[in-house]
Design a protein around this ligand. Sequence first.
Ligand code: GA4
Length: 337
Amino acid sequence: MVLASPKPIRSSDGILSTTVELPVVDLNKKGDRSVLSKLIVKACEDFGFFKVINHGVNQETIARMEEAAMGFFGKPMSQKKMAAPVYGCKNIGFNGDVGEVEYLLLNNNNATVNSSSIAHHISNDPSNFRCIVSEYTQEVTEVACEILELMAEGLGVPDTSLFSKLIRDSESDSLLRLNHYPPLPIPIPPIHHCTNDFDNSSNNKVGFGEHSDPQILTILRSNDVAGLQISLQDGLWVPVIPDPSAFFVNVGDVLEVMTNGRFASVRHRAMMTNSQKSRMSMAYFGAPPLTARIVAPPVLVTPQTPSLFRPFTWADYKKATYSLRLGDTRIDLFRNR
Ligand code: GA4
């Protein structure tokens, strides 16, 4: 794992960003599990984010999922809209958040895709689409579980399946989100302009605004178009260099609570950066069952590190999440005073 110190740079839109080498975890190097688990723990403590290479998910499974998603996003808008509420365009959540994104939001047990009325608006071959989604989610769930088990080991949690069993549960509330960001429109310079007086606003469009993910763990894969940025503790934004052969993993709010704050859920956003090609990302959000109690294990709650959060269920957390705006820090509602 390579970590370099941040080098702040000011981009044309005036936003301070930084280049930082983010942690890379090679899942093939399982020879020494304790080294690997410690690397993962360090990455989660320092960044709440890391890149995973040699993850073992079949590239064909990924390619089929990407192709099926692109097939859908390539349909005329009038057809895509018929897949609402699984399909959404620009509107994020229910409280007025918007972004330059269109998406499909599928739940784990495929209830929505199984409802034939919606499924046939997503694909001309709904049963094939269902198969592709289920194959992709199953394989990615395995990666998520493996990482969660390594995390538990690295943290010294006696039950190493404490986190993973929540997302393996048949009642898990996990989601798959397929995001499509169209190419950024090229800014048209005003006819009478002074030098350096271009309207830069469209160089700085937000695809999906700043937020943390509410769930346990997110496993993200995108095509080769840039856009993802993560926020460091000091508020600097770090652009993540795309790598279609890898997964990017981030800590969600529930894992922050279950590690009693040892790991921090990372704030991130998707910016529009490419005027030639659209960006496609596929995010798997590993979540507990609605009734699961979210609480840190005793080993992480000591007199020196007392419990930071009061116990709650995932249903309580989800309700709070949907009552707030995208960028709100909802975890604060559950802090012990
Ligand atoms: C962010 C992470 C996931 O994409 C998501 C999002 C959800 C939604 O789009 O419906 C939320 C957002 C996300 C957090 C705050 C609420 C809920 C939109 C929003 C404004 C599917 C999730 O679970 O939380």
